[in-house]
Design a protein around this ligand. Structure first.
Ligand code: UD1
Length: 355
């Protein structure tokens, strides 16, 4: 079996790691294509080295652009790559522009497409990720759902016959990394001298939070008003927008920091009293590490984190500031994201459904 994975953005490299290892273990051929959507070292290269992912076989070098231009450039570049490798499966990950471009290019060449993390929905049609995931699910041949909720969304959309629940591959890589870094120094307590459990970790990068001056100012003001230290891991998009809107990203209790590599992120989240974020993946990672989360969005795809009491959706302002200081919720043994062996099931499903 020959599988061609297409990745381009930071969360996709994390998901690729357990898949690359499981495909290797199963003796499958694996071609890795990097679209170039993320190109900064801390958003791309460090994930390949830290998570022992083989270097990409193909690099499209597309880079940043408006959504249409970026997606279109990837789509145009994929034809040659798919014709060259002619895989049994094109495997696409999550909900970025790289996901949609790869899925479209594959179906146009009649190559079977499998979508990892299928069925997630925010039902917010203003989000580029919602367009990407809905369109990808409807054109893919095999829908690999992480949860029962995701599978139910696919069934509602008439896609049940192409769907299977495999669990969440980010859980696989998170558990492996957590075990591998046990005993290592937490970069935040070490660099900034905060005691474990006394700081919160924040990440903000969604267009809805960064792109207008008013919203970004409201988010940053709320972070500054929190009653304990907050370390803001700044995505390049956040820095660019803060610069454009002339908003200071540090001051008072707010400390600006570079993005962290994956093992360091796991250490930093494990040692935090809370996480404040608009990232999808981080909400779930924090839940798995049992660090309470405040999500600066009006909805989440990972509804289980909210239902189990570990995640609160909050508007910027007093709601956010209050939520970030709330006491820890009651512990839970619930495991809605699987047992950490999802990648193995993905490979089994790809083999079983081979055309
Ligand atoms: C993308 C995904 C988003 C995902 C996020 C993870 C889409 C629509 N969005 O958002 O779902 O949660 O990745 O990080 O695909 N930039 C750099 N260096 C880089 C990459 C980006 O400086 O290596 C800057 C550029 O100014 C760029 C901006 O960040 O214009 C946005 O990058 P882009 O890839 O378009 O989207 P993200 O916001 O990263």
């Amino acid at each position: 079996m020959k599988v061609l994975s297409v990745v381009g953005a930071r969360p996709q490299f994390v998901k690729l790691a357990p898949i690359a290892h499981a495909l290797k273990k199963a003796g499958a051929q694996h071609v890795i294509v990097h679209t170039g959507q993320h190109y900064d070292r801390m958003l791309s290269d460090v994930f390949f080295s830290d998570l022992q992912i083989p270097a990409p076989d193909e690099h499209l070098g597309i880079g940043s652009a408006s959504h249409g231009r970026q997606t279109g450039a990837m789509l145009a570049a994929m034809d040659e790559v798919l014709e060259k490798h002619n895989p049994d499966w094109v495997l696409v990950y999550g909900d970025t522009n790289s996901t949609l471009a790869a899925a479209l290019s594959a179906i146009k060449l009649h190559i079977p497409v499998a979508h990892l993390e299928a069925g997630l929905r925010s039902f917010n049609r203003d989000m580029p990720e919602e367009h990407n995931r809905v369109l990808t699910d409807h054109c893919a041949d095999l829908l690999l759902a992480p949860t029962e909720v995701a599978a139910a969304h696919l069934a509602t959309e008439g896609l049940a016959s192409r769907s299977v629940i495999v669990g969440d591959v980010m859980t696989d890589v998170l558990y492996q990394t957590r075990d591998a870094v046990t005993g290592q120094a937490n970069p935040i307590t070490q660099e900034l001298s905060f005691a474990p459990g006394t700081y919160s970790l924040a990440t903000i990068h969604r267009p809805a939070n960064t792109d207008t001056r008013e919203q970004l100012q409201a988010v940053v003001d709320s972070l500054k008003a929190i009653d304990h230290p907050v370390v803001l891991l700044a995505h390049p998009r956040l820095r660019a927008k803060a610069n454009e809107h002339k908003i200071e990203l540090s001051g008072g209790n707010l400390h600006l920091h570079e993005p962290l590599a994956y093992p360091q992120l796991v250490l930093a989240v494990s040692g935090a009293r809370g996480v404040i974020t608009d990232s999808g993946g981080l909400q779930k990672e924090a839940f798995l590490l049992r660090t309470p989360t405040t999500t600066v969005r009006t909805e989440t795809e990972w509804v289980e984190t909210v239902e189990l009491g570990w995640n609160i959706l909050a508007y910027p302002g007093e709601e956010l500031t209050r939520a970030a200081s709330r006491p820890r919720p009651t512990d839970t043994a619930a495991a809605p994201y699987g047992d950490g062996h999802a990648a193995q099931r993905v490979v089994q499903e790809l083999s079983r459904n081979l055309r």
